[in-house]
Ligand binder design. Structure first.
Ligand code: ZN
Length: 130
């Protein structure tokens, strides 16, 4: 599956448990664009495409997917997804990861198409959590 806007292959995963816990209606699979973090949910996927890294700044493994979904929610709308965003980033912090460093790096990364938005979201998020 390709991102409609960026025309790059999206990474597809089975939705991590914590995400379904936070948002019950979330579907079985999720595909994430590595450039703009747009998410597409689906009940089936043609195949799981596990890119080792969605973005080199994201941690590898499931926590990286969880972080990508959190960023996807942030990019959609912090206002509309406030509860989900807070819950998922608190989970990430509980897991011992530092989302601020990742967001900071992403806001400078040349491969993401959403640098400015990420930086703005990072500042807003800092006011919500802590
Ligand atoms: Zn995209």
């Amino acid at each position: 599956m390709k991102c409609f806007e960026c025309h790059v292959e999206m990474s597809s995963y089975s939705t991590p448990g914590v995400v379904r816990h936070i948002k019950r209606e979330f579907k079985e699979y999720v595909s994430v664009c590595p450039r703009c973090f747009k998410m597409v949910q689906s009940d089936t996927v043609d195949g799981i495409i596990k890119l080792d890294e969605i973005d080199e700044e994201l941690p590898k493994g499931e926590i990286g997917i969880i972080m990508a979904i959190g960023i996807g929610w942030l990019m959609e709308s912090l206002v509309l997804n406030k509860n989900e965003v807070v819950a998922i980033f608190e989970h990430i912090i509980d897991e011992g990861r530092d989302p601020w460093i990742v967001l900071e790096k992403l806001s400078r990364s040349s491969t993401t198409n959403v640098k400015k938005n990420i930086n703005k979201a990072r500042v807003q998020l800092e006011q919500l959590i802590k």
